[in-house]
Design a protein around this ligand. Sequence first.
Ligand SMILES: [Zn+2]
Length: 191
Amino acid sequence: MAILDEILEHNRTFVQQRAYEPLRTDRFPSKRMVILTCMDTRLVELLPQAMGVRNGDVKLIKNAGAIVSHPFGSVMRSILVAVYELGAREIAVVGHHGCGMAGLNCQGVLEKMRHRGVSDQVLTTLENAGINLHTWLAGFDRVEDGVRQSVAMISRHPLLPRDVCVHGLVMNPETGLLDLLIRGDAPPANS
Ligand SMILES: [Zn+2]
């Protein structure tokens, strides 16, 4: 059975049994926080539980490596919407040990693309159009570097209000233990 069919079958039962009722909430994050983290499968349930976060508590943004790769890309836009439209006041970038984006082998990814039918011509056309695939597909050497870069990109963003603080953390993907790398400046108490 395709995974999609399994999901659709589960979904019908889920709704019929009103299993959604304990999860009901609204779109405003009650903890007023945005978490940017990695799409790693080990974190799907571990991260919210290890951080004490439940449905309705935070805005959760995920991608490969918790990387903000462009100051005007979709991650930064999501953060700004969460801050201005949804009342988020703190941002936590949470990387993790053993991340697949640490030391990602760009050459290897390109090789797999070729293997799956992407022609050299397509790759050359993209390079000629100014898209540097080697930079775009790059990860980071150490997860701490990735978190620091993302925190710097967010906290120095010209459109981020100064009273929003940006933290950097690294999670152990086995135990959920968090190491605090960067504690963002606390906003004034009366704000
Ligand atoms: Zn990861």
